[in-house]
Structures are given as C-alpha cells and as structure tokens.
Design a protein around this ligand. Structure first.
Ligand code: SF4
Length: 306
C-alpha cells in the first residue's frame, strides 16, 4: 500500500478538530494551548523596553530553529524566564555578536537554551546565522523578509532552498542554516500570528507538519500506512493535503495545524483519550520512538486501548 493520504477522511478529521477548538470542547475547554506564547510575549516586552524594534523578531526567528529537535512544550518552559533573558539577551543581538568569538556565542547559547541531543546542531550554527543576519541584513531579520517581497511562500522557499538541502549548500547560497520546511513555515506562522511582521499574504507559506500533527492523522485513518514509512515523505504529503483542504474550505493553515497539534500534544501525549474530540475517530496510539530514532512513522498501536 505504501503511504496513502485520504483527502476525504483528512477533511473530516480536520473539521472535527476545528469545531472542537472553536467551541472549546473537550480538551480545548481551557482554550488553545500555545507553548511559545509566554516566551514570545517576553521577548516583545523586552524589545520595547530596550527600544530595539528588531529584537523580538530576531529572537523568535533564531529560537524557532530549536523547535526541530526538541519537545516544544519543554523547550519554551525552559527559556521563558525573564532573568535568563536579561542575562543572555546578547545572544539574540547580531551587533554584539560581532565582538565575540564563535566559542563565546555558542557557550552563551548553550547556557540559555540548555539543549540536548539533536539541538546541539542549532547551537553550532548560531554564530553563523547571527553574523549573516548582521552582515547581510543589517542585523534585522525583517530586512530578509522585505527582500523576499514580504511574501510567505518566497520567504519559506528562500530558507528551505530545497527539501533536505545540506548545511554547506545553504551556506553557499548565502542563506540561514537549520531552517527546513517545518521550521521555515513555523517562523512565518508565528511572526504573523504574534504581530512581529506584516506579510503580504497571511495564509501562505504552507503548514508546519510535525510528529503531533501527523500522528493524529495516522491514528484516525486519514493517513494510511501498513508498515513503518519515511517521516519526511509522509509529512510532505500531509502538508500538501492540508494545503488543498485549506484552500478548498477557506480554513486557515495556522488553525488547522494548531488544532491537530493541540490534540496530539495535550491529548495523545497525555493519554487523555476520554477528553479527546477525536476519540470516536481514532483507533490507536502510535509511538514517537521510531520518529526520533530512525525518522519513521510506525503505524502500530502501542496501547490506545490499555
Ligand atoms: S490517541 Fe487518544 S488523544 Fe490521541 S487522537 Fe486518539 S483518542 Fe485522541
């Protein structure tokens, strides 16, 4: 069978998730969970206080790269700390970075983010990205967005270069590193959502598809697999399908990903099946281990019915 994304079934699942989110049903009863919100508000407040309009956009742009290899909730819990931000705000300031060695920048970054495993690569690319930001874009990520006509799709394309582009290729291209399709779309989505930049097309740029979004679609039979399959291929197909559904029904991409992501992170992760708006649609709980370890989605049930 390979990988099959059922358009009709995906539409049904997304619609149910959106209705539950909009009507605060089940696990949405306390509203939408946005783990990034406190941190973003904190950097916005700090940027206003020091009167540096680029500070918050730069901080969010650089920080989003960490979402790739981390648990989003834990990441933002760790860094949403004003005392730490005051102490380490310089790691988001390209001008200050020009006076420091790469080692000093990486050390500051490690102390602030306390990364584990895969995320160390974001730390090692931080000096390059920060210095590129200063030299090529005047220390303001919004200049990079302006250069690409304020257009979400063009910005995502410029960051991604091509799917699975290697770090060296991106450097040769003179663009930022560690921004693949998921992170690049998340950057424009958050910049737009939190009012840090005004794009020309606020529903463009694609949809960030991660483990949580995809797992919900697998567990509800919208994505059909009969054996472990490559995660990148699946998320690419899911992204395309969600894009189609978004244009067909006029549902915002941001809201689609947010509703599914919330069900995955607040429902599946915590085994809150009885409180899940998709309970009747779902027949399993899949494991994250094959995704983290081998880049695969394994459709096997690991205990939804325990
Ligand atoms: S595993 Fe549980 S929480 Fe997750 S989608 Fe299925 S019923 Fe909902």
């Amino acid at each position: 069978m390979g990988i099959e994304v059922d358009l009709q079934r995906t539409t049904e699942v997304v619609e149910k998730a959106l209705i539950a989110m909009d009507n605060r049903q089940k696990l949405f009863s306390k509203g939408v969970f946005r783990p990034e919100k406190t941190f973003i508000e904190m950097v916005k407040g700090y940027g206003e206080r020091i009167i540096r309009p680029a500070f918050a956009s730069n901080a969010l742009f650089l920080t989003t790269a960490f979402v790739f290899g981390d648990d989003t909730e834990r990441l933002f819990e760790r860094i949403a700390n004003t005392r730490y931000l005051f102490e380490y705000s310089w790691i988001f300031d390209p001008k200050e970075a020009m006076n420091k060695s790469d080692e000093e920048i990486m050390a500051g970054c490690t102390e602030f983010f306390r990364p584990a495993g895969y995320n160390r690569r974001v730390v090692s690319e931080w000096p390059y990205n920060l210095k590129l930001l200063e030299r090529k874009f005047g220390g303001d990520i919004r200049n990079f967005f302006n250069k690409h006509d304020r257009n979400m799709e063009k910005i995502v394309q410029a960051l991604v270069v091509r799917p699975r582009a290697k770090t060296m290729e991106k450097k040769k291209n003179g663009t930022f590193t560690r921004y693949g399709p998921k992170i690049a779309t998340l950057v424009v989505q958050w910049m737009n959502q939190y009012g840090l930049y005004k794009f020309n097309n606020s529903n463009g740029g694609g949809v960030p598809v991660d483990f949580q979004v995809t797992r919900v679609l697998i567990q509800t039979g919208a994505v059909k697999l009969d054996r472990p399959e490559n995660a990148h291929q699946i998320t690419t197909l899911v992204g395309r399908t969600l894009g189609l559904i978004s244009s067909e029904h006029g549902w915002q991409l941001r809201r689609i990903s947010e509703s599914l992501w919330n069900i995955g992170s607040q429902g599946c992760n915590q085994k809150r099946h009885a409180d899940c708006p998709l309970q009747k649609e779902c027949d399993r709980l899949i494991s994250r281990k094959p995704y983290d370890k081998d880049g695969l989605f394994d459709p096997k049930d690991t205990g939804r019915w325990e």
